[in-house]
Design a protein around this ligand. Structure first.
Ligand SMILES: Nc1ncnc2c1ncn2[C@@H]1O[C@H](COP(=O)(O)OP(=O)(O)OP(=O)(O)O)[C@@H](O)[C@H]1O
Ligand SMILES: [Mg+2]
Length: 310
């Protein structure tokens, strides 16, 4: 339905996006994951024809849309990363304004506004000024603004960053409803792997302007089929121990996490006793140790050597 072909953007000699080729089939929900500065927003701006690519193409039903941005604007709804609303107007007035921009009016627009406000759980707050809204509520209104013209494809750029859990739940529920009930095609961008796992059938992982992996959850996890994840809870942090573990051949990655030290090790390697001995040498007690199958976060760590929220 929608695809990018070797999309590239260079800002004053600095490459922001390089040769990004991705596609969305009708009715799919697809995730786009990557750390800060990976090039997600730049890619989205080029898809939505707000930004001209340095090279490459964006195609809707096989036809290039770079020369005719109108075609894509009609079928696409974009929820930008930055909130774009008028602070001095009420939520309702904002939506009325954006509806008119799309050429909607009268009863039809009124009905759509009420239906969508209901969907994001803000119908009873619509007469209040945007400047009195919380960040999460603004985000929800921003989403409604992108849905007024009933787009067939919706792109959301990190809609849940830095907001309260209640707004987050409303947003996730809205995405689910749009995709699973209404059949809208969704491209969902996030730093949160667990959101993408819940919402998307397929995902692209982006880093340094490139797509470094793509596929379903199972396909991506297969990248780590030969590895185990070991989580060790320690009495205290000890840099020397981390360093020593990093030097073991069968340990691919060592990372400090909230649950403890996370090791990605070659599957079935006889490493436990060596870990215990190393801890003893550094006078660190092991409080707990367990092996788990790798998560998508681990796949990301494996591919980039970094966590998503570095
Ligand atoms: N207008 C611009 N001028 C120059 N460089 C830019 C501009 N916009 C983005 N960049 C650079 O392009 C790269 C990709 O940025 P982009 O905003 O697309 O990343 P992102 O994946 O959306 O990151 P985040 O998760 O922080 O939103 C970054 O290195 C950024 O500094
Ligand atoms: Mg961004």
């Amino acid at each position: 339905m929608l695809e990018t072909v070797e999309l590239r953007k260079v800002y004053k000699g600095k490459i922001a996006v390089q040769e990004v080729s991705l596609y969305l089939d009708q009715g799919e929900s697809v995730g786009l994951i990557g750390p800060n500065g990976a090039g997600k927003s730049t890619t989205i701006s080029m898809i939505s024809s707000l930004l001209k690519p340095t090279s490459g193409d964006v195609r809707l039903h096989g036809k290039s849309v770079i020369q005719q941005p109108q075609a894509i604007r009609k079928v696409l709804g974009v929820v930008p990363q930055e909130i774009a609303l008028y602070e001095e107007l009420t939520a309702y007035e904002n939506l009325k304004f954006f509806g008119r921009v799309y050429g909607l009016k009268g009863k039809e627009l009124e009905q759509k506004i009420q239906e969508l406000l209901e969907m994001v759980g803000l119908r009873d707050r619509q007469k209040e000024l945007i400047k009195t809204y919380s960040g999460g509520m603004k985000r929800r209104i921003n989403i409604v603004a992108a849905l007024l013209h009933e787009p067939q494809i919706v792109i959301m750029d990190e809609p849940t960053v830095g907001i309260d859990p209640q707004s987050r739940n409303h947003i996730l529920e809205t995405v689910r409803l749009l995709n699973r009930v209404q059949g809208t095609t969704v491209l969902y961008t996030s730093h949160y792997m667990e959101e993408v796992e819940q919402l998307c059938q397929r995902m692209y992982i982006m880093d340094h302007g490139q797509i470094i992996a793509a596929g379903t959850r199972e396909e991506l996890q297969h990248i780590l089929a030969g590895e185990d994840t070991i989580i060790i809870q320690l009495s205290h942090k000890e840099f020397g121990l981390t360093q020593e573990l990093e030097s073991f051949e069968s340990i691919r990655q060592v990372e400090e996490t909230e649950q403890g030290l996370k090791l990605i090790v070659i599957k079935n390697s006889p490493i436990m006793s060596r870990i215990v001995q190393a801890a003893e040498r550094h006078h660190v007690q092991i409080l707990n140790i367990h092996v788990q199958s790798p998560s998508l976060e681990d796949v990301f760590l494996h591919l980039t050597g970094r966590t998503l929220r570095d």
